[in-house]
Design a protein around this ligand. Structure first.
Ligand code: NAP
Length: 290
């Protein structure tokens, strides 16, 4: 594969291993992380360098990836004298793997266009395990031309990389993904209550049902830990509430009502207030047991 000059901004649970896969594929990688110690640690774990600012990391790259927190976090690493855009040249491509609003994707696309940079909104699904195993699903919004250039590089950490349409459509597809997860987890939580009261063996339930029409990633990866009341891992409620907020805002802008999503979001709000914000989203089941 052709070696590409890349930069990766944001070495969190997701970004750290994703940037590692780029390096393992032989790409040139320069990383940036707000907490510099993590960037330094990354260069000990993988072949690559680190920059002290987003601009410094991006300045020698043709393809810049970001995976930070929310809309404002992305703005903080993109704009300003030390932001990635200040280090990028016309013809380069900026890819955002952060889960954000579609409005932010459109805003960034416009800011990039002014300096001749192509932008792709590219949120991911598959969680920490998917990032570590290089098996993420990536939903992209952007031009066909930019996507064609970036797709092969993103395959370093993905099993599925798909262009969903123009800028914003990647983020809208991720919203659809999060709405599905909210509904599945509510269903699994209710199913677990009945399974336990019925004296069913949960491991056997999973082994059996995963092959039928109710099988799902959440059932295979979460139902048994839900039964054991284990939630100190995975995808945090804090992130899910950000995502469901984005979904509900987008739905409102389209005059849609999403009653199940609203109800699950309220359950998460209550769990957050009880100090469970960093626990995995499957902790939803506790809201039915209280
Ligand atoms: P995380 O572990 O909390 O890491 C967040 C990263 O963003 C850290 O490197 C953090 O730097 C950096 N960051 C946050 N705010 C920043 C700011 N204002 N300026 C500069 N850097 C900033 O989060 P994560 O789990 O990797 O998630 C990252 C994104 O992927 C989120 O949008 C999340 O919704 C999405 N996502 C997560 C998962 C998952 O399972 N975790 C799955 C799919 C999608 P510091 O190290 O300095 O804090």
């Amino acid at each position: 594969m052709t070696q590409i000059k890349t930069a990766f901004i944001g070495l969190g649970v997701m970004g750290y291993p994703m940037a590692g896969h780029l390096s393992a594929q032989g790409h040139q990688v320069c990383v940036y992380n707000r907490t510099a110690g993590k960037a330094e640690q990354w260069t000990q774990d993988y072949v690559g360098s680190f920059g002290l600012t987003p601009k410094a990391a991006a300045s020698d790259a043709n393809l810049v990836f970001m995976c930070v927190g929310n809309d404002n976090d992305v703005r903080q690493v993109v704009y300003g004298e030390e932001g990635v855009l200040a280090g990028m040249q016309a013809g380069d491509i900026l890819v955002d793997h952060t889960t954000t609003s579609a409005d932010l994707a459109l805003e960034l696309a416009e800011a990039c266009q002014k300096v001749g940079v192509a932008f792709i909104d590219a949120p991911v699904s598959g969680g920490q395990v998917g990032a570590e195993n290089g098996k993420l699903t990536v939903m992209c919004g952007g031009s066909e031309q930019a996507f064609a250039k970036a797709q092969g590089v993103m395959q370093a950490y993905s099993q599925q990389v798909q262009r969903m349409g123009d800028n914003g459509q990647g983020q809208r597809c991720k919203m659809v993904n999060q709405i599905c997860i909210a509904g599945v987890l509510q269903g699994l939580s209710e199913a677990l209550l009945l399974a336990e009261k019925s004296g069913l063996d949960i491991a056997q339930v999973v082994d059996t049902l995963q092959h039928g029409a109710a099988g799902s990633w959440q059932m295979v990866n979460r139902l048994e830990t839900m039964a054991k009341d284990e939630f100190d891992f995975g995808f945090a409620i804090d992130w899910m509430r950000k995502d469901l907020g984005i979904c509900l805002d987008e739905a409102k802008s389209k005059d849609l009502s999403l009653p199940l999503t609203e109800s699950v979001d309220q359950r998460y709000a209550a769990l957050q207030q009880q100090g469970m914000g960093r626990l995995d989203t499957s902790v939803l089941v506790r809201s039915l047991k209280a």
